[in-house]
Write a protein that binds this ligand. Structure first.
Ligand SMILES: *Cc1c(COP(=O)(O)O)cnc(C)c1O
Length: 360
């Protein structure tokens, strides 16, 4: 069977050259006679793989020297708790901006640890936009301000970085990290589950400013204490070794491609192809406010929802898979992360046009 164009939101497509290299190195990593999966995380081979992955990530994102890069586990959902546990630093509460399903999840979890104030919300518009900064009510005493910079389910993305004054900005960037250059220095902490745009599930990336760690709540498990993990190079416990190796291959792939500036150009072209089509048809529509549309997760609907099942069936038969929207909101969603080639988006638009012709 040929490889399909997989539009799933996560776990998602990985670049084919990365999978080929992993396959070639599966049984014998560079003459060691073993798979990376079988190596000691304390051995010099894996330490080198880990160090290279971190160095490449730092280069790609131009991570400033006063930031720690951590490779943790537990997914972005674990970070919903680890962020307040680590970043409250003796303060009473934190500000959250509610822009969709995942920010609501982050808020619900953080509420178990402290007082949460909703600085802004787009729930009134069914989470189809990002509230403009001049409507936010920020508390200068807050421990941090949390945003979800790309809402994977609603397909809403920040194309700007909020100004939170002296209060650290925290972002759940799970579904658009590495899709474009990022000014890391504007954030106190950035986290991302790997399975959207970094590598396989099981790995969580945390980039945190050094001065914010070291004051975790009493009772915080040590494996979840950023300071402990930072001092142990993310090896206080056995890290997700194979996932780190694969992420490292993805970072190499991005570097070879020309870095995040080049990646962004390609991502803009892909998103434009799909949104331009959506904007000139009556058959489909995109509910998201134009300037806040995600380049990574394109939410769209058929005007006649009775055709949804037939649309999905025909798409599947053409090798265009996992287009069904999240069960929370229905409709369709095309996740077009870094690994989705332009040809995949072109094939989707061709299919959508043909389906419109035969059912419109
Ligand atoms: C997928 C996703 C999550 C959840 O990630 P897990 O790895 O399943 O914990 C959280 N936030 C965003 C924005 C996501 O896209």
């Amino acid at each position: 069977m040929a490889r399909v164009f997989n539009f799933g939101a996560g776990p998602a497509m990985l670049p084919e050259p990365v999978l080929r290299q992993a396959a070639a190195e599966m049984l014998d990593w560079r003459g060691t006679g073993m798979s990376v999966m079988e190596m000691s995380h304390r051995g010099k081979e894996f330490i080198a793989i880990h160090a290279q992955a971190e160095a490449d990530l730092r280069e790609l994102l131009a991570v400033p020297a006063n930031y720690k890069v951590l490779f943790l586990q537990g997914g972005a959902a674990a970070q919903f708790a680890f962020v307040p546990m680590n970043l409250l630093r003796g303060k009473n509460g934190a500000d959250y901006v509610a822009t969709g399903y995942w920010s609501k999840k982050a808020i619900a979890e953080a509420k178990r640890y402290c007082r949460i104030s909703i600085a802004a919300s787009s729930e009134d518009g069914k989470f189809t936009y990002v509230p403009r900064q001049d409507t936010w009510k920020l508390d200068p005493q807050a421990a941090y301000v949390h945003i979800t910079s790309n809402e994977t389910i609603e397909g809403v993305e920040y194309h700007w970085i909020p100004d939170t004054g002296g209060v650290p900005l925290v972002s759940d960037a799970s579904s658009h990290i590495l899709s474009r250059p990022l000014d890391v220095g504007r954030f106190g902490l950035i986290y991302a589950g790997a399975q959207k745009n970094i590598g396989p599930a099981g790995l969580t990336l945390v980039i945190v400013r050094e001065d914010l760690v070291g004051q975790a709540l009493p009772g915080t498990p040590r494996v979840f204490d950023y300071k402990v993990q930072a001092e142990a190079d993310s090896m206080h416990n056995t890290p997700a070794t194979y996932a780190i190796y694969l992420a490292g291959l993805v970072f190499q792939w991005l570097k070879k491609l020309g870095g995040l500036g080049k990646m962004e150009e390609i991502n803009i072209a892909k998103a434009k192809l799909l949104y331009d089509y959506l904007d000139q048809t009556e058959f489909y529509h995109s509910p998201v406010v134009r300037e806040d549309r995600s380049r990574m997760n394109v939410q769209f609907r058929l005007r006649n929802e009775k055709l949804d099942a037939e649309f999905l069936k025909q798409a599947e038969s053409r090798g265009l898979t996992q287009l069904k929207g999240h069960r929370a909101i229905g409709g369709m969603r095309a996740s077009i992360y870094n690994a989705m080639p332009l040809e995949g988006v072109a094939a989707l638009v061709d299919f959508m046009r043909a389906f419109e012709k035969s059912h419109g």
